[in-house]
Design a protein. Structure first.
Length: 159
């Protein structure tokens, strides 16, 4: 039986091990110029959010969002990663649902992301959640190792 997953903001270095694992994994797949990792500090305060999935006080997964104002305003998903020991337990889906909720709470209904072409599981997850492929956005340039995706969020109808 899986223990209860608690999703909450990441404090301090609670996700440090996960981020190091993620950095190493990305470095093993892509050259430096194709890695678009962001420092988790950029996901704090008004500019973003950084949350984790905790099991018995261990951060098993994390995800962040950076907010971009303009026309259109959007949130960009960053740093989604689940420890391999906890994969297959829907933690990534739970994290994505919560981060999308936080984006909607900011009054933003568009979410974008960049992911690598070699990350088939991540691509499958995003597609299953309703993300579709788009052209490069923001500061990104065309990169044959990158895929760009977008989703329009809708608020739940009152019950």
């Amino acid at each position: 039986m899986m223990k209860r997953v608690i999703i909450k903001p990441v404090a301090g270095d609670e996700a440090g091990d996960l981020l190091r694992q993620s950095d190493d994994y990305m470095a093993s797949l892509y050259p430096t110029e194709s890695n678009h990792l962001v420092d988790p500090d950029a996901l704090q305060g008004e500019g973003g959010r950084f949350i984790g999935a905790f099991i018995d006080d261990v951060c098993a997964g994390c995800v962040g969002v950076q907010f971009f104002k303009g026309s259109p305003s959007y949130g960009e998903i960053k740093r989604l990663y689940v420890d391999p020991a906890y994969r297959g337990k829907a933690i990534a889906s739970q994290l994505m649902a919560e981060i999308e909720h936080l984006i909607l709470a900011r009054g933003i209904n568009m979410v974008r992301l960049e992911t690598g072409v070699l990350q088939k599981a991540a691509i499958g997850l995003y597609e299953s959640l309703g993300y579709y492929h788009i052209q490069p956005f923001g500061i990104y340039l065309h990169d044959p190792l990158s895929l760009f995706m977008e989703k329009h969020l809708v608020t739940a109808a009152p019950t």
